[in-house]
Design a binder for this molecule. Sequence first.
Ligand SMILES: O=C(O)CCC(=O)C(=O)O
Ligand SMILES: [Fe+2]
Length: 351
Amino acid sequence: MASLADVLLSKRVQEMVINGEEPESLYICRDEKEAANGSSPLAPIPIIDLNLLSSSQLTSKAEEEKELQKLKSALCSWGCFQAINHGISSCFLDEIRQVSREFFQQPMEEKKKYSKGVEEFEGYGGDPTPEEGQFLDWQDRLFLTVHPQDLRVAKFWPQNPKSFREVLENYTCKMRMVTESVSKSMAKSLGLEENCILDEFGEGAALQARFNYYPCCRRPEIVLGLKPHADGTGYTIILQDEVEGLQILQNQHWFTVPTLPEALLILMGDQMEIMTNGIWKSPVHRVVSHMEKERTSIAVFYTPQKHKEIGPLDGLVNEETPPLFNKVQDYEITHWEYYQRGMRALHTARV
Ligand SMILES: O=C(O)CCC(=O)C(=O)O
Ligand SMILES: [Fe+2]
């Protein structure tokens, strides 16, 4: 049997679909019974109006306080929320969705100009090879570091579609604004000084964009677009298209995340669970495939500055609530080592 790396190198999932192939065994990760085991109801994930939380707006204190409470409780129960009025126009969200879709619609030889090595993150392809015994995801993706600028690898930034680079550059600026306002609001909702989360991430906090393309699949019930995982980030900002597929695990049940065209889903990663001393959980999520519908999403990973030590925030630990986590550094590396074995890494940070 071919190795995982050989399969990843030989062709993209999109090519298998174009060739009308059935998923090969290394992609088969569940049996039909699991898929048939009831539908996944829509998750009632709270919608937070960031406009009500922005200091430049003439919102009454009472209104702001109410929205902050809603934000806090969304993160306590779901580990994520849908952000609206985030300052990015619907028209621009459609534009980045469109260039992303156009990138994947191009002929394979065009996309392969940006191919990554099997063990690398950056570039076009599948995830780096997992350990033997793990399964492959029914998806192709393009992964690019977008901030800080000196960490960008220009050769992986597509030249086609023509507007791709400019749109991504613009989206990066918007993501920096969103992380600033969301981090401040999250701190305030916990009764902390508004800059404390931003300071914990550090001036050189990184943003990485992952353009996910989930082709349709003849046998959607036996594959997954993305296997169950929690993110190793601080937090992740997800832009979905109109096709459902992302699911969140709660009380051992999968719930489907609704698609809202104007919203950004802000989802906690393990490092926010550490910073909040476990008050907010980093939710386990996965993506299912469809027989006839393809799906795209853009996930932007927001991660503390390289080599910066992070840990439970000062304002959240005291004698009554002692730290549950140790300080960690470059946690995403440990997270990745476990991810490749199909495991979570959070326990490695526990006291
Ligand atoms: O496609 C999605 O909606 C989620 C993607 C995701 O979870 C990830 O890229 O880590
Ligand atoms: Fe994720």
